[in-house]
Ligand binder design. Structure first.
Ligand code: ADP
Ligand code: MN
Ligand code: MN
Ligand code: MN
Length: 337
């Protein structure tokens, strides 16, 4: 028997963007616990905008468990929030995702490292060099002296946790970075994205650095990049059957439900989806082959293999909830026969 430190993680009830919350419980196990071995737990929902004070219990249901290499015998336990009667809490978007082991998602998470209210590496007054050399850049002038430590450690902690992080890159603005997570199964990548966000935020505590997830942290009136969370998706049907006719029906459904998609693609997206800088405007839907100015980019490989494979929805932003995004995409796909 060993004492395991279980960090139960959940999303609170704040709108429009939920915050990550977590607390530790110590339990005895013979070896690293499986999901089935992890008990339900509870918390005070009146402190997280999930309940009234006079009836404040909310339940935590473990849904995914990851090794936490920052702690001896540590585990990160992603949870769904449930009502005391066992039904999903209204804030629980994960519970709305259709179960589909054949649905695959790849999220490209962009974000800014922030220090003292500014992107990491910005001077006290004014701005650093204009954008140009920061994207995939190297050297102190482009990435500074701390960012590399953070992003490297983030990769290692994610890999230790068994999270399927696929890569990182420095982004267009100074202090801006990206990581990608891919998962098979309708909820896998979204679970891993939330835990990877958690790991990054916790890691940055010791650097005195915050993550700014906003999609346009410097505003739309200056020439500094916004942050997205491009969502790449495919289903069995898309990968194995495909075809131009099915693809066109799918895109017609995405057009029909464009407002429902935008509603869950992250707040303030009008600041980012302006039609400029590799974006489509927020009120239009289009798709284009290899077109980074489209709402949905169709990779060359998709067309070349007979309209089979994955598509990239470029509209979700960096503050979007991957649970809500995956849920909406699968709901729209399900309307197409
Ligand atoms: P780019 O920056 O050019 O858009 P990235 O390499 O950052 O490309 O992201 C591409 C994403 O697409 C990755 O997360 C990858 O895992 C994902 N992806 C690749 N194949 C599939 C697939 N069949 N289904 C869903 N997502 C996929
Ligand atoms: Mn990318
Ligand atoms: Mn990017
Ligand atoms: Mn992309």
């Amino acid at each position: 028997m060993a004492k395991y430190k279980l960090e139960y993680i959940w999303l609170d009830g704040y709108e429009p963007v939920a915050n990550l919350r977590s607390k530790t419980t110590i339990k005895d196990f013979d070896s690293f616990p499986t999901l089935e071995e992890l008990p339900m737990w509870g918390f005070d929902g009146s402190s997280t905008r999930q309940a009234e004070g006079h009836n404040s219990d909310c339940m935590l249901k473990p849904v995914a468990v990851f090794p936490d290499s920052t702690r001896k015998n540590g585990a990160l336990v992603m949870c769904e929030v449930m009502n005391p009667d066992g039904t999903p809490h209204p804030s629980n978007a994960r519970a709305t995702i259709l179960d589909d082991p054949g649905a695959w998602f790849g999220f490209e998470q962009e974000y800014f490292l922030y220090k003292d209210g500014k992107p990491l590496g910005f001077p006290t007054e004014g701005f650093p060099y204009p954008q140009g050399l920061y994207y995939t850049g190297v050297g102190y002038g482009s990435v500074g002296d701390v960012a590399r430590d953070i992003v490297e450690e983030h990769i290692d902690l994610c890999l230790d946790a068994g999270i399927n992080i696929e890569g990182i890159n420095a982004e267009v603005a100074k202090g801006q970075w990206e990581f990608q997570i891919f998962g098979k199964g309708s909820k896998t990548a979204a679970d891993q994205m939330w835990v990877a966000r958690y790991i990054l935020m916790r890691l940055c505590e010791k650097y005195g650095v915050e993550i700014n997830w906003h999609c346009k942290p410097l505003g739309k009136d200056v020439d500094w990049n916004g942050s997205g969370m491009h969502t790449n998706f495919s289903t069995d049907q898309m990968r194995d059957v495909g075809g131009k006719e099915y693809f066109e029906k799918l895109m017609a459904a995405f057009d029909k439900y464009k407002n429902e998609h935008i509603a869950v693609y992250g707040p303030d997206n009008h600041l980012r989806l302006t039609g400029l800088h590799e974006t489509q405007s927020i009120d239009k839907f289009n798709y284009g082959i290899a077109n980074r100015g489209a709402s949905v980019r169709v990779p060359h490989s998709f067309v070349n293999s007979g309209y089979k494979g994955y598509l990239e929805d470029r509209r979700p932003n960096s503050q979007g909830d991957p649970y809500k995004i995956a849920s909406r995409i699968l709901q729209t796909i399900a309307t197409v026969k």
